[in-house]
Design a protein around this ligand. Sequence first.
Ligand SMILES: Nc1ncnc2c1ncn2[C@@H]1O[C@H](COP(=O)(O)OP(=O)(O)O)[C@@H](O)[C@H]1O
Ligand SMILES: [Mg+2]
Length: 254
Amino acid sequence: MSLKSLSILAGRGRGGETEDIPRIDLAPGDTLAVVGPTGSGKSELLSDIEQLADGDTPSGRRILLNGEVPDRMPLGLVATLSQRTNFVIDTDVSTFISTHAACMGKVAEDWPGTVLVLANTLCGEPIQRRDPLQGLSGGQTRALMIADIALISDAPVILLDELENAGIDKHAAIAALADRGKIILTATHDPVLVLMGRRRVVMRGGAMSRLHVLDASETAWQAHLSELDEVFQFARNILRGGERLPAKGLPCHT
Ligand SMILES: Nc1ncnc2c1ncn2[C@@H]1O[C@H](COP(=O)(O)OP(=O)(O)O)[C@@H](O)[C@H]1O
Ligand SMILES: [Mg+2]
């Protein structure tokens, strides 16, 4: 199907109260951050979308596609990446990628090579073509899935649940997925990821309680926090590689 919009229609919070935000409409290319303390209902909101809830989940929310209740779940609509995501099939990386590409009717290129180049920019330890899928580390698994979602899967909706805990370069991961005309929802506690979305919904007690739009001052914050994050990343990579930090100067001030 060609997806032009996905709408979330409010249901109720955990205590049964009507949600303050009655409806959120998302179009291809939109990124919505989902924020709120642990237990506030972020994963539940993502799960409502994944299941195309129709008043039949604990929240009572309804999801519309192109303004209507879909009569059935369109195949390959949603790709989800959570902390618990793992491969269950028993094959090697290269066979998995070429099989998936063939299923999607993509046969011409060296897909394993292309996907691995991207995946290996996201995780520390390189993934090899002949590695068994189930032998990959958590970070490698998530990096491979992100690259697969970005390059092979045609899912127009992507759900990311606490990507910052997935052991991969989260900003590179979002950059790989953004600008591909997909609808991205990202539940996160990471300020840089929160501010990457133009809008963010705030969860409280299981309910959508506020909807903020990024303003000019938050855009400036976003740039500042990204710079700080690069400094952390720089130091982390050096320390993780067993090297010493430079005697003076930070990377963005030298
Ligand atoms: N609107 C809701 N109605 C009923 N139960 C809810 C609602 N939202 C969340 N829950 C339940 O509350 C618990 C915590 O929600 P969860 O989505 O896991 O929070 P978070 O991901 O923010 O940590 C879960 O058991 C979830 O099923
Ligand atoms: Mg959660």
